[in-house]
Design a protein around this ligand. Structure first.
Ligand code: ZN
Length: 286
């Protein structure tokens, strides 16, 4: 049994037994890892509030050979990212980002680029006035880094070079289709205009930290959001967290316009309901 220390982000937390938690992290050294925090739900836990979802920490744990579940020994806070747990639109955006990283990465497969993009993504969320757009750019980058780059220049089915004309995007094939493959496809395909192609190329070419300066509006934004949402869902194999599990009205679209920032006091929710939204079922299994 070896003691390992690494920087990590809390992706997910699950209650376990009487007082413990099982946590999923994305770490700098080891990629996605899971660990048990004994006594984490006790009032006077030594972990305090350091293991909240999206927290950036320095994690020390006992790494057992042939066991995927480490035992968490010590945690130091690097960045708490507490604003991401204080408004519903930020909880939603950060949850989607964490769920995508969880969904596209394999256990213990180190990927420092994904770790750094996740940290940058959470920082960008804290600063932005448009959380859905940051989540969109983040998804484009994480999909590309993890081998699921959306194919824009060649037919995703037959590999033929495609021109700049508008065509359709196949989520199951992972890219645009030529006319022949599109006619023969049974897949649910989405329209993709020249503007959307140009935006997607630009968004993935620029480093994430600078991509947040990009802007997309109107039809291009709707198309790209629809394509990336449907494709990410196809890759992850399940629906990503909905915008707001406690919202009175369902979101018109997966990336609907953000509500203004809401805190527990402004949300009309009781504190325990607000906390329940923070610890929503998609972040924390029952
Ligand atoms: Zn083709």
């Amino acid at each position: 049994m070896a003691l390992v220390t690494t920087k990590a982000i809390v992706l997910k937390s699950m209650r376990w037994g009487e007082a413990d938690r099982i946590l999923t992290f994305f770490s700098l050294r080891l990629g996605k890892i899971r660990g048990i925090a004994r006594g984490a739900r006790r009032m006077k836990s030594r972990f305090g509030g350091l293991l909240e979802p999206f927290s950036s920490i320095n994690l020390t744990f006992f790494n057992k050979r042939n066991d995927n579940l480490g035992s968490i020994s010590h945690v130091d806070s690097l960045e708490s990212f507490s604003p991401l747990r204080e408004s519903l639109d930020l909880i939603w955006a950060a949850s989607r980002m964490a769920a995508l990283v969880d969904g596209v990465t394999a256990d213990r497969d180190s990927n420092p680029a994904t770790y750094h993009t996740l940290v940058e993504g959470l920082r960008a969320l804290v600063r932005t006035d448009d959380p859905p757009f940051v989540a969109l750019l983040f998804q484009i980058h994480i999909l590309s880094q993890s081998g699921f780059q959306p194919q824009v220049d060649r037919c995703a089915s037959c590999g033929r070079d495609l021109g700049e004309h508008a065509s359709r995007f196949s989520p199951s094939a992972g890219g645009r289709l030529c006319g022949t493959c599109d006619r023969g496809s049974w897949d649910y395909c989405l329209p993709m205009s020249q503007g959307s192609m140009a935006f997607l190329r630009q968004a993935r070419r620029i480093p994430f930290a600078r991509a947040t300066r990009l802007r997309a509006t109107g039809q291009v934004r709707r198309e790209v959001e629809n394509i990336v949402e449907t494709y990410a869902r196809s890759v992850v194999g399940k629906r990503l967290p909905e915008k707001d599990p406690l919202a009175a009205e369902p979101a018109a679209a997966p990336y609907g316009p953000p509500q203004k920032n809401v805190t527990a006091g402004q949300s009309g929710l009781h504190e325990h309901e607000f906390q329940s939204a923070i610890h929503n079922p998609q972040l924390i299994d029952p």
